[in-house]
Write a protein that binds this ligand. Structure first.
Ligand code: ZN
Length: 79
């Protein structure tokens, strides 16, 4: 299930509960590829979309895993 706002909240909660740093962009929008990590998008490699669909981060995933990078362009937010 995709829901941007729900996912943002779920990830915030996950980080608080696990005392983990919140790496994900606050609005879910990747500053590298301009797609929302909490929605399905297109794979981007070296600044170019190759047209394949990529999965976004679902509410379930945002609630159970630490988000450290973009599912579309694989940009890491940790560094
Ligand atoms: Zn990205």
């Amino acid at each position: 299930m995709y829901d941007v706002q729900e996912s943002i909240n779920a990830q915030k909660k996950y980080c608080e509960e696990h005392q983990a740093p919140h790496f994900a962009p606050n609005n879910g929008r990747c500053w590298s590829c301009n797609q929302n990590i909490y929605e399905p998008g297109r794979y981007v490699w070296k600044g170019k979309s190759d047209g394949r669909e990529s999965l976004g981060i679902t509410v379930e995933k945002a609630a159970s895993e630490l988000v450290t990078g973009c599912p579309h362009c694989n940009r890491t937010y940790c560094d």
